[in-house]
Structure formats: structure tokens, C-alpha cells
Write a protein that binds this ligand. Structure first.
Ligand SMILES: [Zn+2]
Length: 72
């Protein structure tokens, strides 16, 4: 399953860090951040519940960039 989320982040460097943090979150198969569009596309592992995975993604992203936001 793939879903796209709107994000807030201040620069392309932090967006890249968010992408890596998202990819390393359990339940996430792959993640791609588009800084120009301020979007994060997340591909979930089979059986993963986005409603449970996304709070963990945001938590991991905030470890690398305190001010970031993901709308989910
Ligand atoms: Zn930044």
C-alpha cells in the first residue's frame, strides 16, 4: 500500500534526512520525499497499518529535524 502525505520542512537537506528516517521506521517498505512539492510518499509493508506506522514515522523524523510536520 502506498500513501502520500503533505509535509512541512525548511530545506532540502532536512527533507532528505526525513526520507532516511521514514525508511528506517518499522512497517515502512520505502519512502520518498519530494521537497519541491512538500510531499512524502510512503510504501507500507504488507499488513502494516498506516494509522500505527505514521506516528512512528513522525517521531523518527523529529529526531533528525525538530520542526518538521507530517499531515496524516
Ligand atoms: Zn533544514
Amino acid at each position: 500500500m502506498k500513501k502520500t502525505y503533505k509535509i512541512e520542512v525548511d530545506c532540502a537537506n532536512c527533507a532528505n534526512k526525513m526520507e532516511i528516517a521514514a525508511k528506517n521506521t518499522p512497517g515502512v517498505k520505502d519512502a520518498v520525499v519530494n521537497f519541491m512539492a512538500l510531499k512524502m510518499k510512503v510504501e507500507f509493508e504488507d499488513g502494516a497499518d498506516p494509522a500505527e506506522v505514521m506516528p512512528a514515522v513522525l517521531k523518527n523524523c523529529r529526531k533528525v529535524e525538530d520542526d518538521c510536520e507530517i499531515e496524516f
